[in-house]
Design a binder for this molecule. Structure first.
Ligand SMILES: [Zn+2]
Ligand SMILES: [Zn+2]
Length: 319
């Protein structure tokens, strides 16, 4: 089996739940997201743009997820390739909210490079492609400084595009940065977004996010060691996206790396405990640290630990 087919086959949930084979919900919604003449869906969708880690895995791009509500996409993190991955979701499922000029809001979990290398991409590419609204960026302290440095690094590009024949607009490359604290950080007619603190090693600030819309509650763990904050935020949520690592990796024989994983990430046993207490309707693993082993090895371990509905999240998977 070639790797593409292999990857596609893994999109199918372990515990075959017919409705999950559709993007979300029934046939009408499936038609809608494919853009077959039906009106846009009202149902909240979770689209994994990148389920990866720092590993340069061609099948798993940098961490980025979109929560799509009423034709607006709310991004969580911006790993490498985020704008092109969004374009891929437009092509695959007709999700117009993910067209580049429409990408105008992001919630950053923490400032690790794997989660932010696509930040300049998200600032500049949609602008070059016609976005006039500034990007609204929410995240930990330090995001302002990072943003200012990015703008400085690309200042000559901004000057040339604006002053030259490209006639780029004067607003779309700007960023309104909102450095946040735990609690409700954003609200509009579609969604209320709550940030909660998670435990990611020595990072002073790392967040998970809860999205509450009219029809669904979606929780993303971000990168974290096990924390009750996820259990509290989910509390029977519709979809819980949670990170996980494979403790069978060779690196784990090394005391230093074992300690790293114990304090920065979540093992299958710990994930099982969290999920049992959080009781999500659907658990989706993402940011799977595979440690060079086949995905099936990690999946087998999770299967032993958790008997609820779950699926190993894949790039461009819609949940
Ligand atoms: Zn990460
Ligand atoms: Zn991280």
């Amino acid at each position: 089996m070639n790797s593409w087919l292999m990857r596609k086959s893994l999109v199918v949930p372990i515990f075959a739940v017919t409705s999950l084979l559709l993007p979300v919900g029934g046939m009408a919604q499936a038609a809608a997201v494919r853009g077959d003449e039906a009106r846009p869906t009202m149902r909240t969708q979770v689209v994994i743009l990148g389920s990866g880690t720092p590993v340069a895995d061609p099948e798993r791009w940098g961490p980025a997820v979109a929560v799509v509500v009423n034709d607006r996409a709310y991004l969580v993190d911006c790993g490498p390739g985020v704008v092109r991955r969004a374009a891929a979701a437009v092509e695959k499922d007709g999700i117009a909210a993910l067209k580049a000029p429409n990408l105008d809001i992001v919630f950053v979990t923490h400032l690790h490079s794997d989660h932010t290398l696509g930040y300049p991409d998200l600032i500049f590419s949609p602008w070059v492609l016609g976005r006039t609204a500034p990007l609204e960026a929410y995240g930990p302290h330090g995001l302002k400084k990072m943003t200012a440095n990015i703008e400085k690094a690309w200042q000559e590009d901004i000057r040339v595009r604006r002053a030259g024949l490209e006639q780029a607009n004067a607003t779309g490359y700007k960023v309104n940065v909102h450095e946040i604290a735990p609690g409700i950080v954003y609200r509009d007619e579609n969604v209320t977004v709550t940030a909660f603190p998670v435990k990611h090693g020595i990072w002073k600030e790392a967040y998970g996010y809860k999205f509450e819309t009219k029809d669904r509650k979606i929780v993303l763990s971000g990168d974290t060691a096990p924390t009750d904050e996820v259990v509290k935020a989910c509390d029977g949520c519709d979809v819980l996206l949670h990170e996980v690592y494979n403790p069978h990796g060779n690196e784990l024989n090394d005391r230093h790396w074992k300690e790293y994983f114990r304090t920065f990430h979540t093992s299958p046993a710990e994930l099982g405990d969290i999920a049992r207490r959080a009781h999500p309707k659907l658990l989706v693993t993402y940011h799977q640290v595979l440690e060079g082993l086949p995905e099936e090895d990690l999946m087998e371990q999770i299967k032993k630990e958790y008997s609820g509905e779950w699926v190993s999240g894949q790039d461009l998977g819609v949940y």
